[in-house]
Design a protein around this ligand. Sequence first.
Ligand code: G4P
Length: 520
Amino acid sequence: MTLNRRTFAIISHPDAGKTTLTEKLLLQGGAIHLAGEVKARGQARRARSDWMKIEQQRGISVTSSVMTFQKDGIVFNLLDTPGHEDFSEDTYRTLTAVDSAIMVIDAAKGIEPQTRKLFEVCRLRSVPIITFVNKVDREGRAAFETIDEVADALALDVCPMNWPVGMGGEFEGLYDFNSGRLSQPSGDSKAFEGKTSDHEGLDAATLEEVLTPAGVNRLREEAELAQAGYSDFDLTAFQNGDLTPVYFGSALKEFGVIELINAIAAYAPPPRPQPSSKGNIDPSEKEVTGFIFKVQANMDPQHRDRIAFMRLCSGTFKRGMKLTPSGLGKPVAIHSPILFFAQDREIADSAEPGDIIGIPNHGTLRVGDTLSERNDVRFTGLPNFAPEILRRVVLRDPTKTKQLRKALDDLSEEGVIQVFYPEIGSNWVIGVVGQLQLDVLISRLEAEYKVDAFLEAAPYDTARWLIGPDSALAQFVSFNGGNMAKDRDGHPVFMARSSWDVGYQQEKHPDLKFSATKER
Ligand code: G4P
């Protein structure tokens, strides 16, 4: 059964077209009426920093965090990565729950910072990536330039799977290398409405009947160069994360969308074995196991219930099943799991490896927890990332210390922030990877915990988890106590004033590892 699951995410820089592509994938997958919802969310997203909007978005994204659709016997689980301005650890962690990713690049802009960041996370886990060069209906850069950039910037082998005949005003269609099929625009909107023709290779005279002479020449010249100049498609290299097939297209005009779905079905891996404390857990193992990669608070701040998102790693999950969370030690019965069919949230009766289940709970389940029928396994590889912004939290009312600690613990469990408790001094330091997380923090402290606090600059630039022999650690701490803190699990963390400082200390203390990520 697991062979027919494809669990994937779309990574991109804002405005590259992720929302539009998601919408079109869902349309193709038959989940038509969700399309408007995705769009609505895209718009809500643009109004940043407005608490109401954040709330709204969080509310909606409970239903659209996971979008499941079926096509030709394959079940696709598309996980949303909120990779926009509201970029957070959530995004990173979601990528630990997928087996492949689509990287959307704007044909005119190439690889942008957010894409690169998200790509690095995929690379850490060798997640195979399919590249979609979007917006060929607009004037873009030359196709070669974009492909070369992917190859150089990301150090990947690239294999163009199709080729655009012109771009922007001169766009005449997309030629598929494998099948020799040409897809062309039609009607006033110049969208893809099913107009195709089949050709026996690039030399076929039939191409001259459907393209302009300039178009044919251009296609032949460019496509031959492309085929000679880049790697052939190699399934193993792709699945190992070493090669990316590149599809050109236009999400807006629906070019290349079906090809993308077919590529995921044909090439993207079914659920992969997941790394754990007991070695890799294979999806075919009978006992049910899974891990929580995301926790979402209820839209209504008065209600403390949350939904924990679990990726199922092995076994067939059945409703009512008792699973033991690694953080808790005693089993909990999962009576009302939510499965995310794109039409609506549905109560799940059963689920297979690769599927995502939403588990309502009152804060017992934490990001990083393993849930299993057996009690001896813990999934690894769910990282915390070194924060890029560090701030001290200062209470206006010092009698609220307990509430603040509870709030910070809760919010760090949800993955909204990271908290560091300095060895010396009483102001806790919080770390985030994006500015919006700070706004969310302050609003939620006030609204949900009635804690009036503000943030002030902390004299640190970044943080590093220290790993090494106890003696070396103790020695380091004795000299650097003023810059030491503990994270919420009690792990020692070096609060660095600059990245130079990290390099300097690393050189002085070769026995210690100054790690920018921490696996839970
Ligand atoms: P995002 O989720 O990655 O941020 O991108 P989104 O899909 O919202 O797309 C960003 C903008 O790019 C939108 O225009 C969208 O219509 C446009 N777009 C997406 N795909 C294509 C494409 O294939 N071709 C062209 N020409 N444009 C595309 P907008 O003006 O910001 O929004 P809207 O008012 O049109 O919705």
